[in-house]
Design a protein around this ligand. Structure first.
Ligand code: MN
Ligand code: MN
Length: 382
């Protein structure tokens, strides 16, 4: 607003001036909003082809596909029976996973030489600390499907180190000297990363490692999340959670499964110290992100969509479909923190809340006096 306009307004009658300023203020806010609109926080992950090799496939959601998702990335991976996600490690991220369908076996090694072999079924979770070497193999009889989460949005590019890629770029004479086979053998090794070659279906009982006995990992890498009772249960839905408290090795990632019945709302809340990455397993939900400064954005999510909520941003989730909605949620912290709207309001005096919203005390007194979390209730008419 120019000085001339401001003087004109200030020179007008007080009541009129307030009215004009009010209108102008909103117009200015709307202008700013369009300039710095919130970016999309949804990515149709399963609609992509992804990377397909002989033993399986992988679809990624990283900062490349979903630029807002700087803190966390995800991969939807499928392995055929015997499909082998080859020996590899991630230089800049820990790996967390949730199994949706089928069975998969993992082997993982730690720098102290200890290792673990685990079999996973639907509802199970794994965690591999950053840089620890691992491999995955589909156990059959059907294809398995799981969602991987990494605590770095840029985990993929230049961050994933596969053994065929590495050995394919190491001279055969060096490999011969180190590993004791003739150079001619290494000359025939794959020259580029195989990623997911097709292997044999492993026997039910894991075969012993090449060194004979395993030196067992001091902490397990497996947590059967869906075998636990929900920590929160409401008429509209329930939530299961696994943080480092329940699963000590998982020091940098917390996972949650939220189940919402049709019409149910996971109330507005924020996470003070973690980013949030989501994968919609079943159902349809609407999510609204509040980014301060008058910025809010609503997007609708369906099965196979990924989502992202930056640390500290307000958000809520509502099942807008007619079937139950199940969402996988992961945070880039081993400790879970959250503040919900209802709890916040309930923690303040009625009069303060009434003054804040300019409503009468009687109305403020009817606001929830405890956490709502998940609800299907609507307000009763005024
Ligand atoms: Mn991995
Ligand atoms: Mn949340």
């Amino acid at each position: 607003m120019s000085d001339v306009n401001r003087r004109e307004i200030l020179g007008a009658a007080a009541v009129t001036a307030v009215g004009l300023l009010g209108v102008t203020g909103r117009a200015e806010a709307a202008g700013n909003e369009s300039q710095q609109e919130l970016p999309t926080f949804r990515y149709a992950m399963e609609e992509q082809t992804g990377r397909v090799t002989e033993g399986g496939s992988a679809k990624e959601a990283t900062v490349k596909q979903l630029p807002i998702s700087k803190g966390l990335a995800g991969v939807s991976m499928r392995l055929k029976p015997g499909g082998l996600r080859e020996l590899h490690w991630h230089a800049n991220a820990a790996e967390w996973a949730y199994v949706i369908k089928g069975r998969v076996r993992t082997t993982v090694i730690a720098p102290d030489g200890t290792s673990e072999v685990n079999d996973f079924e639907p509802g199970d979770v794994w965690y591999f600390p950053r840089g620890h070497g691992h491999a995955l193999v589909g156990l059959g009889p059907d294809e398995c499907h799981f969602v991987l989460v990494f605590d770095n949005g840029a985990f993929s590019e230049h961050g994933t180190f596969s053994i065929t890629d590495w050995l394919g770029h190491t001279p055969a004479d060096v490999l011969a000297k180190c590993l004791g086979l003739p150079e001619s053998v290494f000359a025939k090794f794959p020259k580029e990363e195989l990623y997911i070659p097709q292997g044999r279906v492993p026997p039910e009982r894991p075969e012993p490692p090449r060194q004979g006995m395993l030196k067992s990992s001091p902490q397990t890498h497996r947590y059967p999340l869906m075998a636990q009772l929900p920590h929160a249960r409401f008429p509209g839905g329930e939530e299961r959670r696994v943080s480092a408290r329940e699963f000590p090795i998982s020091t940098t990632i917390t996972g949650v499964i939220v189940d919402l019945k049709p019409g149910a709302l996971r109330e507005p809340h924020w996470h003070p110290h973690a980013n949030e990455w989501l994968y919609f397993i079943t159902g349809r939900a609407r999510m609204t992100l509040f980014g301060s400064g008058g910025r809010a954005r609503t997007e609708e999510f369906g099965p196979g969509d990924a989502g992202y909520i930056p640390q500290g941003f307000g958000h809520y989730l509502e099942n807008v479909g007619d079937v139950p909605c199940r969402v996988l949620v992961a945070f880039d912290s081993g400790e879970y923190q959250e503040i919900s709207l209802s709890t916040w309001l309930a923690s303040n005096p009625t009069k303060l809340v009434a003054d804040n919203f300019k409503i009468v005390d009687d109305m403020a007194a009817k606001l929830p006096d405890r956490r709502v979390f998940i609800t299907t209730k609507k307000g009763k008419g005024a």
